[in-house]
Design a binder for this molecule. Structure first.
Ligand code: DSN
Length: 416
C-alpha cells in the first residue's frame, strides 16, 4: 500500500505508514480487539469530513453547512438501530471508553457506586480501574469470575450486589470467553435498583450478527466500539432505551466531547451497511468457529484455557501450569518475532503482574476477515504452541515465521 500524497509532504510518516501496511500484510493479527476494515471504510475515514465541525446532532447543529454530515450521521444511526435493535443510538463517542464515560455522566453522580468485573479477571479500565477516571470519580466495587471454572458466578454477583447496593452494575468484558446471561444481570440490577450497563465492545459484531446473545432489552445502556468484531473503523457507540436518549445525548455533547469525528462516523455508516449484508452473518459465524478450532488446537498441544474453551471470538490461555517458567510477556515477544501478534493478558487469580502476566489472549476476527478457516486456525494453534514451548529457540521461531509467511501469502489483505 502506498501513500503518495503523504510521501510528497512527509516522507518520514509515509515510511512508517508503508511499513505498518507491510507489517499487517505479513503477520497474523491475533490481538482479539483488532480487525481489518474494508477499503470503503478507510476511504470514508480518510475523507473531507475531517475538515468539518458539526457540534450538536443532525438537524440541530451549532454550525452551518451541516446538511451532508447530517445525512451521514442519520444513516449511521438508522443502520445501528437496525443492526442491534436499539431504541436510541448515539454514534458520536470517539471510542468505547468514551461511550462508557458518556453513560456514566448521563446517569451517575460523582461518588456513586459502580459494581463491575475486576480488570485482571477480564474487565476493562473504564469499568473503574483506579488508574482510570472511572476509578477516581466513582466508588468502585468489583466482582470476579469463579477461579475454578473461569466463568461468571451469577449467584456471587447477586450476593455482592445486595451487599454493596451499587448505582450501576456493569456487564460485558474484554477478556471473557463465555456467553453472558444478560437477563440475569438485568434482574440483579433491578433487584438492587441499579442501572444495568452492558459493554459489548468486544462482541459488537457477534451480537449484531446474532451469533452471540444480545443485552439489548436486558440492559438500560449498551456501549460498544466499532472496530473489533464489527469492521466499521475506530470509534464508540451508545445504545439505550428512549427514556434515556436526552440524558445520553447531552452527556456526549456538551458533557464530554466537542465536535464529533465525522470522518469516523462516515466509517461507522459504511461499516454498518456492510454488516447489514448477509455475508456479515457468515463472517461472524466463521469468527466464532475459528476461535473454537484455535482453542481446541491449543488444548491438544497441552495449553490450558481459562474456562476450558470459548463461545466467542477469543481464547485466553493460562500458562502457569503448562509453562511455569514462561510469562505471558515472554510468550508475546517470541510469538511477535515469529510473526504472530497477540497480547499478554492477566488471568483470573493472577499471580504475576499486570505488566508481565501469566496468560496470552488471542482472537480470530482479523484472521477470519482475511479468509482463514478452521483448518488454518488449527494450524495456527499448533504454531503458537510450538513457540510457547521454545520461546528462546531461534530455529523454531524461524521455522514458524516461514510458515506464517506462507499463510499470509495465501490470504492477502487489501488486494488492488
Ligand atoms: N484495548 C482493548 C482490548 O484490547 O481489549 C479494549 O479497549
Amino acid at each position: 500500500m502506498e501513500y503518495p500524497h503523504v510521501r510528497g509532504t512527509d516522507p518520514a510518516v509515509a515510511d512508517a505508514l508503508e511499513a505498518e501496511a507491510d507489517r499487517q500484510e505479513t503477520t497474523l493479527a491475533m490481538i482479539a480487539s483488532e480487525n481489518h476494515v474494508s477499503k470503503a471504510v478507510m476511504e470514508a475515514q480518510g475523507s473531507v469530513l475531517t475538515n468539518k465541525y458539526a457540534e450538536g446532532y443532525p438537524g440541530a447543529r451549532y454550525y452551518a453547512g451541516c446538511e451532508h454530515v447530517d445525512e451521514i450521521e442519520r444513516l449511521a444511526i438508522d443502520r445501528a438501530k437496525e443492526l442491534w435493535g436499539a431504541e436510541h443510538v448515539n454514534v458520536q463517542p470517539h471510542s468505547g471508553s468514551q461511550a462508557n464515560m458518556g453513560v456514566y455522566l448521563a446517569v451517575l453522580d460523582p461518588g456513586d457506586t459502580i459494581l463491575s468485573l475486576d480488570l485482571t479477571n477480564g474487565g476493562h479500565l473504564s469499568h473503574g480501574h483506579p488508574a482510570n477516571f472511572a476509578g477516581q470519580v466513582y466508588d468502585v466495587e468489583q466482582y470476579k469470575v469463579d477461579p475454578d471454572t473461569g466463568r461468571l458466578d451469577y449467584d456471587a454477583v447477586e450476593a455482592q450486589a445486595r451487599e454493596v447496593d451499587p448505582d450501576a452494575l456493569i456487564s460485558g468484558y474484554s477478556a471473557y470467553t463465555r456467553d453472558v446471561d444478560w437477563e440475569r444481570m438485568g434482574e440483579i440490577a433491578d433487584e438492587v435498583d441499579a442501572y444495568h450497563i452492558a459493554d459489548i465492545a468486544h462482541i459488537t459484531g457477534l451480537v449484531a450478527a446474532g451469533v452471540h446473545s444480545s443485552p439489548v432489552g436486558h440492559a438500560d445502556f449498551v456501549t460498544g466500539s466499532t472496530h473489533k468484531t464489527i469492521r466499521a473503523g475506530r470509534g464508540g457507540i451508545i445504545m439505550c432505551r428512549e427514556e434515556y436518549a436526552d440524558d445520553v445525548d447531552s452527556a456526549v455533547i456538551p458533557g464530554m466531547q466537542g465536535g464529533p469525528l465525522l470522518h469516523n462516523i462516515a466509517g461507522k455508516a459504511v461499516g454498518f451497511a456492510e454488516a447489514l449484508e448477509p455475508a456479515f452473518e457468515e463472517y461472524a459465524e466463521r469468527t466464532v468457529d475459528n476461535a473454537e478450532a484455535l482453542g481446541e488446537s491449543l488444548v491438544d498441544s497441552g495449553l490450558s484455557l481459562v474456562s476450558g474453551g470459548t463461545d466467542n471470538h477469543l481464547v485466553l490461555a493460562d500458562l502457569r501450569e503448562s509453562h511455569p517458567d514462561t510469562s505471558g510477556g515472554e510468550a508475546e515477544d517470541a510469538l511477535a518475532e515469529a510473526g504472530i501478534v497477540l497480547n499478554a493478558n492477566t488471568v483470573p487469580d493472577e499471580t504475576r503482574s499486570a505488566f508481565d502476566p501469566s496468560g496470552i489472549r488471542a482472537g480470530t476476527p482479523a484472521l477470519t476477515t482475511r479468509g482463514f478457516d478452521e483448518d488454518d486456525l488449527r494450524e495456527v494453534g499448533d504454531l503458537i504452541a510450538r513457540v510457547v514451548d521454545a520461546p528462546d529457540d531461534e530455529s523454531v521461531l524461524d521455522d514458524v515465521r516461514g510458515r506464517v509467511d506462507e499463510l499470509t501469502d495465501a490470504h492477502p489483505l487489501y488486494e488492488e
